[in-house]
Design a protein around this ligand. Structure first.
Ligand code: NAD
Length: 344
């Protein structure tokens, strides 16, 4: 029986993984803490590690895993910006769940836009205090407005379909455009300039880091609604705060935050928030911030668990690893997987 050590797990994860443990004949060991250089030794005696979005899979973590005889890390997520791929290559195979439910994230994204535009979260709080006033809750119709979508992969495409269903015009930017009826690909500069609302659906890479910075915000329409359900560092938090303060940004929906690693998924309600920028953002009435929650549907959790278990089975059985990524194929380049069926 193979032993698999899970990091950063919560009860809602465990239910779905436990349901598959018997079928795959794996012993599952759950750690609540996020994987880092200090606690990686918790995996000793195990055959594999399963990690999540805010686990730090650094060079030192990978070296320790390799010295413990662990040569596979299964990411139970799609994004992989938290992995040192150069260090992993030749030592530790990295597998992931490339798609589990683009609908979960795309539907949540539209939920954020709707809630921000019509101030539903503010109305909820008011009514709980028997304040039935409508002052300050004015929104706009989505019909006929322009949505700018950055990154038109699996999630971006589902999200664009939802927008088209609302009767919106859709502008898109992606280095690899996929022609789609009703969608007009434009430059990033044009997207910022002409969109009433902007949604981020690209991965975090060297090229996309701070894709929304002070210059981009200056270029946007006054009162733009900005939603980020991808990765926090796509937006420069300092420029976002400035844009919200001077009214350039009308509202922001953030399911991710640049420095979320330490806080998201944890309960800090009894403490003073040490991150001043996060505290400032949360204090603003036109910001809706959630804790990297967009993926959280029953369907997504089941698919994540099933694909992760299957990725590990393929590794242990010496089979091809279709969901493996390395420093080459992560950038869309050809890698040895084409003939070896594994990246190395
Ligand atoms: P995908 O790989 O299917 O699509 C990503 C798209 O982004 C591709 O079309 C790619 O060409 C494009 N892209 C790459 N670099 C770009 C750039 N610099 N500018 C614009 N576009 C660029 O990925 P996906 O499944 O659609 O997921 C998108 C992102 O959503 C993931 O990278 C992840 O960060 C995030 N995500 C968040 C959650 C959540 O719970 N909040 C859940 C899943 C995924």
């Amino acid at each position: 029986m193979k032993k698999v050590c899970f990091f950063d797990t919560k009860p809602y994860d465990r239910i779905y993984f436990d349901a598959f443990a018997k079928e795959y004949n794996f012993e599952l060991i759950y750690c609540e803490s996020k994987l880092n250089e200090k606690n990686v030794v918790l995996a000793s005696g195990c055959d594999a590690v399963v990690a999540f979005v805010n686990d730090s899979i650094t060079a030192q973590v990978l070296q320790t895993l390799s010295s413990l005889g662990i040569h596979v890390v299964a990411l139970r997520c799609a994004g992989y910006n938290n992995v040192d791929f150069k260090e992993a290559y030749g030592k530790v195979h990295i597998v992931r769940v490339p798609a589990y439910s683009p609908y979960a994230v795309a539907e949540f994204t539209m939920g954020m836009f709707l809630s921000l535009n019509r101030k539903i979260y503010r109305a909820y709080n008011r009514i709980r205090e028997y304040n039935f006033s409508l002052v300050g809750l004015l929104g706009t119709d989505f019909y006929g407005k322009t949505m700018g979508v950055i990154g038109t992969g699996k999630i971006g495409q589902v999200f664009m379909d939802i927008c088209l269903g609302f009767g919106m015009k859709v502008l898109a930017y992606d280095p690899y455009p996929k022609e789609r009826a009703g969608v007009r690909y434009v430059t990033l500069e044009e997207l910022f300039r002409y969109s009433d609302m902007i949604s981020l659906h690209c991965p975090l890479t060297k090229e996309s880091y701070h894709i929304v910075d002070a210059a981009a915000i200056r270029n946007m329409k006054d009162g733009v609604i900005l939603v980020n359900t991808s990765r926090g560092a796509l937006i420069d938090a300092t420029s976002l705060i400035d844009g919200l303060k001077d009214g350039k940004i009308g509202a922001a929906g953030l399911d991710v935050y640049e420095e979320e690693g330490e806080y998201f998924y944890e309960d800090y309600s009894g403490e003073v928030m040490p991150d001043d920028e996060l505290a400032r953002i949360i204090s603003m009435p036109n910001v809706l911030l959630t804790s990297h929650q967009a993926f959280l549907t029953k369907e997504a959790l089941k698919n994540i668990a099933e694909t992760t278990m299957e990725n590990l089975r393929q590794y242990f059985d010496g089979e091809a690893l279709p969901n493996e990524i390395c420093y080459q194929c992560a950038k869309g380049e050809r890698c040895k997987k084409e003939h070896l069926e594994r990246c190395f």
